[in-house]
Each structure stands twice: as structure tokens, then as C-alpha cells.
Design a protein around this ligand. Structure first.
Ligand code: ATP
Length: 228
């Protein structure tokens, strides 16, 4: 029976650093979709592309581990960090499906990422073979942004759960694109890096252990660390 399959959320990103926006979305999605686990997947970025803009994978991984340490259903996967070349999302999902052959995988992304999804390698396979959960993000969640450039055949698989609706068992029978707004947190990693650079209070933006880590290791002190 369908519910006998594990449900695993896959939350990809650079996580430089993980912040309350990511964390609250992960908590809400775990709860609302009755998931067994959420895997955070930090992206590998080749050294020559890092420039001054990205912290080392070790720091990003350490902060993810600290943030999720007390959450029994949250895990960090090194599947992308272990790859010699940066994998496409479809490849990461295929690898994780091999690792968890019985599980149903739900790829989680913010509405800003979803806006560009049609530029992703083999995006139609991602959207049709896997479940996708789009998390509302203040300023990126209007209907046009969300569905604007999707191929017409994919509109049929959109399920609008905004307004805090939960997916029904019937909806969960087949892969869908779920639009959600369970946690609207107006925080970005850029905000966190800027706040760290100016010596401001980080505890309202990131989990406490991550705030302490950023201070202890003096991350984001250099203004060139800001990305956008
Ligand atoms: P930056 O400010 O450096 O661009 P970011 O805050 O967008 O970073 P990422 O690690 O790039 O963080 O994001 C990873 C994923 O999390 C993306 O799919 C992104 O859309 C989503 N995301 C980030 N912040 C939020 C948020 N506040 N609410 C919902 N989704 C978010």
C-alpha cells in the first residue's frame, strides 16, 4: 500500500548558512506531509567557481549538522558534496532513489527557485517523476511567478495547498507539484551574511547554534562574502 512507502523530503541549496526560513519550512513540510525524514542536501560548488562568495563546504555542512542535531527526522546528506562534479538535481534525485529504493522522494524548493525551474536540466523529468513541494517565500509567491512559465502539460499536476491546506490521501497517490505556504519566513542567507558582517544579532535569523558558530568562526566578516 502507498503509505507503506517511506516519505522523504529532499531540500537542496547552498545553505550559506542554513537559516530560519529553511528550518521552519522543513518542520512544516515534515508535519503536513507526514514525512519520515527531511534530507538537507548542500550543493557542491567547484573551488574555481567559489571566488569570495561562498563559504567552504565544511562550514556549510557543519552549520546544517548543528541546526538539525536535535531534530530526529532531519538529516544532512553529503551526496552532492561527494560528487567530483556538481551534479544536476535530476542526478541527485536518482542517486538518492538508489539509496532509498522503497521511498517516495519529495523535492522541496522555495518559490523563487521554482520560478526558474524550467531552465533546469531535464526539469520535466523532475516534475513528473518526483513529487515537488514549492514553499511560499514572501515576495515570490504570486500566481504568475509560480506557474507562469510552466509547460501547459504540467499545469495539470499543480495542487494548490496555499492557505495552510493539507494534501489528501487521494492527491498523494501520484506525483504532483504542491504549492504550499505553511511557513512564510522573510529571511535569506544574504540577510544573515549582511547581519554578520555588520555585527548585528543573528539569533532572530538562524538557529542559536548556527548563530554561535558564525560568531566563533568569524564567518561573513568580509563584505565580499555577500552574494546578491
Ligand atoms: P541566498 O540569499 O544566498 O541567495 P537563500 O536564502 O535563497 O540564499 P539557499 O540555500 O540558496 O538560500 O536556498 C535553498 C532553497 O531554500 C531554495 O530552494 C530557496 O528557494 C529556499 N529558501 C530559501 N529561503 C527560503 C525562505 N525564507 N522560505 C522558503 N524557502 C526558502
Amino acid at each position: 500500500m502507498e503509505r507503506l512507502r517511506q516519505r522523504i523530503g529532499i531540500y537542496g541549496g547552498t545553505f550559506d548558512p542554513i537559516h530560519d526560513g529553511h528550518f521552519k519550512v522543513a518542520e512544516a513540510v515534515l508535519r503536513s506531509f507526514a514525512m519520515d525524514r527531511m534530507l538537507f542536501v548542500p550543493a557542491y560548488v567547484p573551488p574555481h567557481k567559489r571566488g569570495q562568495t561562498l563559504s567552504s563546504a565544511y562550514h556549510r555542512l557543519a552549520m546544517l549538522v548543528l541546526a538539525t542535531f536535535d531534530s530526529p527526522r532531519m538529516f544532512v546528506s553529503t551526496v552532492e558534496l561527494d560528487s567530483p562534479t556538481r551534479p544536476y538535481t535530476i542526478e541527485t534525485l536518482q542517486r538518492l532513489q538508489v539509496e532509498y529504493p522503497e521511498a517516495r522522494l519529495f523535492f522541496v524548493m522555495g518559490a523563487d527557485s521554482f520560478k526558474d525551474v524550467t531552465t533546469w536540466h531535464k526539469y520535466e523529468r523532475i516534475l513528473s517523476e518526483y513529487d515537488v513541494i514549492v514553499a511560499a517565500r514572501p515576495r515570490y509567491s504570486d500566481d504568475e511567478t509560480i506557474a507562469g512559465s510552466l509547460a501547459p502539460q504540467l499545469h495539470a499536476s499543480l495542487i494548490d495547498l496555499r492557505g495552510g491546506l493539507l494534501p489528501s490521501n487521494e492527491q498523494l497517490m501520484l506525483p504532483h507539484i504542491y504549492l504550499t505556504d505553511y511557513a512564510k519566513v522573510d529571511v535569506s542567507a544574504t540577510n544573515v551574511r549582511e547581519m554578520a558582517a555588520s555585527g548585528g544579532a543573528l539569533k532572530v535569523l538562524v538557529p542559536p547554534a548556527v548563530a554561535a558558530y558564525i560568531v566563533k568562526y568569524k564567518l561573513y566578516q568580509n563584505s565580499e562574502c555577500q552574494k546578491s
